[in-house]
Design a protein around this ligand. Structure first.
Ligand code: NAP
Length: 337
C-alpha cells in the first residue's frame, strides 16, 4: 500500500511489487495484521514531519510469520510467529527488516493482540511508567480516551492502581469510556480542568496526557496539581477531516503555548515532549515491549480491538478513525486467503 503524495483517503494506492529478499541479518515476514495509527493519517496529509519522502508505505507495526531468514540471523526460523517493528512499511503483505526488530510471539498471543500493542501501549507505558514513574493512588487525565492510546492508558493505570482516570472523548463514547473505569468527560460539553480539580479536592491530577496540541495543551497543564507531569505527544487538532487543511494546522501551531521554566519551577510541574518514532536508544522501547508482554501474559492488559479491515478497505478503515468512530485499535488484515 502506498501514499503517493499528500492526499485524502482516496489517494492511497494498492500496488503489486516483486517479493522482497532478506539480506544478511534480515528476515522476511508474511504480514497477517498491521496496526493503523493516527500518525498514519497525519503522514498522509503531510502533517507529520518525520516520515520518509513520498511515495512511501506507512505502517509502524505488524504481526505475522517469518518466511525466510538472511545470512547470520540466529534464533529465528521460517514459520516463527513474530511481532515486526517495521518503522515504516507495515501496510504490506511482506516486509523485510532487521532480525533485531522482530520479537517472537508466545503461542497464547494472537496476531491481533500483537499488532495492537507496540505503538499504543508502548507510548502509554513510556509516558506514564518510564518517564512518569506512575504509582498507586495517583490520578491521571487522558484525552481521546476511547482510542488506541486512550484504552491502553486506562488498562496500564488500572494495573498500577491509580485512583482516578479522567478521560475525555466525544459524547457517544460515554458508556465505553466508563466501562474502562474512567470518569468520562464530554469533550464538547464539559470543562475537563474543572472536573480534574473538583475530583481531586481542588489540587489537580498527577499526570496529564495531551495528544491534541494547540491551546488545549495549556488547559491540560492547568489540570495538573503542583508537582504534576504533562506529556505532549500529538497534534490531533491539526487534522480536520481526511483532506489536509493548512489553516487548521496553522491555527494549532500558532496556539501551542511556550512554557516559562521559572514559573514551572515554582509549581514543580514538568512538561515532556514525546515522540516514540524518534527515540535514540531502541533498547528503551524493546524494554517496554518486554514488560508489556509480561503484563499481557499475566492478564493485566488486553488490547481492545475496535475492528479489523481487509487491506483493500484501507480507505474505509482510515475514514472510520477520521469520523471518530473507533473504540480501541483499528487493524488491517493482510492474511493469505
Ligand atoms: N508521539 C508519539 O510517539 C505518539 C504515539 C502514539 C500516538 N500518538 C498520538 O496520540 C493520539 C492518539 O493516537 P491513536 O493512534 O491511539 O489514535 P486514536 O485515539 O484511536 O484516534 C482516533 C480518535 O481521536 C479522537 N480525535 C481527536 N481529534 C481528532 C481529529 N481531528 N480527527 C479524528 N479523530 C480525532 C477521536 O475520538 P474522540 O473525538 O471521541 O476523542 C478519534 O476516535 C494521536 O494524536 C497520535 O498522533 C503519539
Amino acid at each position: 500500500m502506498v501514499y503517493p503524495g499528500v492526499g485524502g483517503v482516496d489517494s492511497i494506492r494498492i500496488v503489486e511489487e516483486s517479493d522482497p529478499v532478506a539480506g544478511p541479518g534480515q528476515v522476511r515476514v508474511r504480514v497477517h495484521r498491521a496496526g493503523i495509527n493516527f500518525a498514519d493519517l497525519m503522514m498522509r496529509q503531510g502533517l507529520y514531519g518525520s516520515n520518509p519522502d513520498y511515495p512511501f508505505t506507512p505502517g509502524y507495526e505488524a504481526a505475522g510469520k517469518i518466511m525466510d531468514v538472511g545470512e547470520g540471523v540466529e534464533g529465528l526460523s521460517p514459520g516463527d510467529r513474530v511481532l515486526a517493528m517495521t518503522g515504516f512499511g507495515g501496510y504490506s503483505e511482506q516486509v523485510v527488516l532487521d532480525g533485531s526488530r522482530v520479537i517472537p510471539l508466545p503461542d497464547s498471543m494472537s496476531f491481533d493482540q500483537a499488532a495492537a500493542i507496540p505503538v499504543t501501549y508502548g507510548t502509554a507505558y513510556h509516558m506514564l511508567v518510564h518517564l512518569g514513574n506512575l504509582s498507586g493512588g495517583e490520578t491521571v487525565l487522558v484525552h481521546h480516551a476511547a482510542g488506541g492510546v486512550g484504552t491502553a492508558v486506562a488498562q496500564i493505570c488500572k494495573a498500577y492502581g491509580t485512583s482516578l482516570i479522567v478521560g475525555t472523548a466525544s459524547a457517544p463514547k460515554r458508556e465505553f469510556v466508563e466501562s474502562l473505569g474512567m470518569r468520562f468527560v464530554d469533550r464538547e460539553a464539559e470543562d475537563f480542568v474543572e472536573v480534574c480539580k473538583s475530583m481531586t479536592g481542588g489540587k489537580g491530577v498527577h499526570h496529564a496526557i495531551d495528544p491534541v496540541g494547540g491551546s488545549h495543551v495549556m488547559r491540560s497543564y492547568k489540570a495538573l496539581r503542583r508537582g504534576g507531569k504533562l506529556y505532549v505527544f500529538g497534534a490531533s487538532s491539526a487534522v480536520k477531516g481526511d483532506k489536509r487543511s493548512r489553516l487548521t494546522a496553522l491555527r494549532m501551531w500558532l496556539s501551542t503555548p511556550s512554557f516559562d521554566p521559572l514559573k514551572m519551577m515554582s509549581s514543580n510541574k514538568a512538561v515532556f515532549g514525546v515522540h516514540m518514532g524518534l527515540l535514540d536508544d531502541e533498547s528503551v522501547f524493546s524494554g517496554h515491549l518486554e514488560d508489556l508482554s509480561g503484563m499481557l501474559l499475566r492478564g493485566d492488559i488486553d488490547p481492545v480491538i475496535d475492528s479489523v479491515w481487509r487491506f483493500e478497505q484501507v480507505a474505509e478503515a482510515q475514514m472510520h478513525i477520521h469520523d471518530r468512530k473507533n473504540r480501541g485499535k483499528v487493524l488491517l488484515d493482510f492474511s493469505p486467503q
